[in-house]
Design a protein around this ligand. Structure first.
Ligand code: NI
Length: 199
């Protein structure tokens, strides 16, 4: 199988894994991250194939999404072998997809990993990031916001202040920084309007 067909097969595999997600980590999140990673790779001289493939699979094995993370990862490796990915490609894809999560707090060591982290973080901000935040909050039983200060900590709006408004300054590549600036401004505008209406 050539690389174009391998990417098609990976997309179909990812569809079966994330098809039913309602936490903001659905198939279309994976698709946006894959295509954004490919775009950034072209601008930043990364490997577009590795970046797109790692973008598709970057959330497979995430502890908050999988009850058996190790099983999900070993199933993925078996699948990649079955479509003819070399061991070298599989290693590069898994290295790039590792350590992207905000909670792990790591900066990936390889360029392809930095690109996947940027693509994933870009999908957490802007209009789509806002939609995903409330989808995740709803799926986790969180309120949108709360009047009393001690109960604000667990709300979706608090998540903007804890995480989303910091992501702009954590981008690894110049390409992602530029895209992040515009999405960040939109979130600031959104929050102003939110609190204006909340009164
Ligand atoms: Ni993700």
């Amino acid at each position: 199988m050539d690389q174009v067909n391998q990417l098609d097969a990976i997309r179909d595999y990812v569809y079966t894994v994330f098809n039913n997600d309602s936490t903001g980590h659905d198939f279309f999140h994976m698709e946006r991250v894959a295509l954004m990673a490919r775009h950034i790779a072209k601008e930043e001289q990364g490997d577009p194939f590795i970046c797109e493939a790692a973008g598709w699979v970057h959330d497979i094995g995430d502890r908050k999404l999988f009850s058996g993370p190790q099983q999900a990862i070993s199933d993925l490796y078996k699948f990649l072998q079955s479509i003819g990915c070399s061991n070298e490609d599989i290693n590069r894809i898994s290295t790039a997809a590792e350590d992207v999560s905000f909670s792990k707090g790591k900066i990936p060591s390889v360029l392809e990993g930095k690109i996947i982290q940027d693509a994933d973080r870009l999908d957490a901000i802007g209009a789509i990031g806002i939609a995903r935040t409330f989808a995740y909050g709803g799926a986790s039983g969180q309120l949108i916001w709360y009047n009393e200060e001690e109960l604000q900590q667990q709300t979706s709006i608090q998540h903007f202040y804890d995480k989303l408004l910091h992501l702009k300054d954590s981008m690894n590549t110049d390409t992602a920084k530029q895209i992040a600036d515009q999405r960040h401004q939109f979130m600031e505008t959104y929050l102003k309007q939110f609190f204006w209406e909340w009164q």
